[in-house]
Ligand binder design. Sequence first.
Ligand code: UT7
Length: 335
Amino acid sequence: MYSSKITGLGYYVPENVVTNNDLKQWMDTSDEWIQERTGIKERRWIDPKTGDTTAVMGAKAAKIAIERAGLTKDDIDFIIFATLSPDMYFPGGGVQVQDLLGMPTIGALDIRNQCSGFIYSLSVADQFIKTGMYKNILVIGSENHSGGLERSTRGRGVTVIFGDGAGAAVLSRSEETGKGILSTHLHSEGVHAKELALIGPSTQRWVPEIMEANDPDDTSYYPYMNGQFVFKHAVVRFSEAINEGLEANGLKKEDIDMLIPHQANLRIAQFIQKKFQLPDDKVYNNIMKYGNTTAASVIIALTEAWELGKINEGDLVVLAAFGSGFTWGSVVIRW
Ligand code: UT7
């Protein structure tokens, strides 16, 4: 069996910065409320004039990751693309990236696991590489939340949290043992599917039905989140997923050199940091700048931390995420 290691990282966020105060033009909110409850100061929202979309941002991040891996688009054997905000209902963003980057007719797989999308994607890529099926896999997480959020006081509980952006990694075959991805751990609990969901448009609630009803109180086509319920589950599941990853590899919390938690809420990340007694320099957060970018959040944070020199050869890096589904998981990496 081979092992897989990350050989290239990249991210792209739209230039358009939306501060907490900027949000006041659409809704009754405040910088104080948002910072105190979430830690977010600003987020990036696509300016439609730029032509950025979920797939376009994914392709931009991918280009950087491929270049940093010392590869060209023609060296990539497979694409895995995670998002909850695709440009089209179908097909998914993977084929769009294949086209945008002018790649050969390689396979493209779309992953729908929301905030855990990148964790699930890395796990799938890891399996394909370990079995020898592929050598280099491009893994992308990208979200255009701003296009689908309700910009009104009614939607403020969700809208202020989410930001746009994309990140990408190249996962490559390696013959070194004890390095690269050591293990991945995936979970779900579908009984809570509706606690964080966008119900329509879907085959259960299709566009003509929504249009015909013409109901101003219908919010089914905006994301819904039972915030406190999600929060309570998140802190438990994050901890479980991290512990599971450590135990599977015979490691202790003191062995962690860098924890990259999904950027859902700074309070969740701080709770986890405290629980695992990690010093500030062993947890990387950037929700302050980008908000919650769902499938892109872990990979953007991982890339930034690496760019800042916070991740070095031999470090034990743990990635963990929790979100809609509910789905959650972790990835343990020896860098
Ligand atoms: O990424 C996927 C996983 N997601 C998560 O893990 C998110 C988990 N949940 C959370 O992060 C938090 O629950 C939120 C940040 C979403 C909300 O924070 P909260 O402390 O749970 O607030 P709340 O929803 O209980 O709302 C408290 C109050 C309400 O007013 P009343 O009913 O007490 O008068 C809301 O209407 O805050 C009000 N509120 C706002 N006020 C100003 C809600 N949103 C806003 C807002 N600005 N944007």
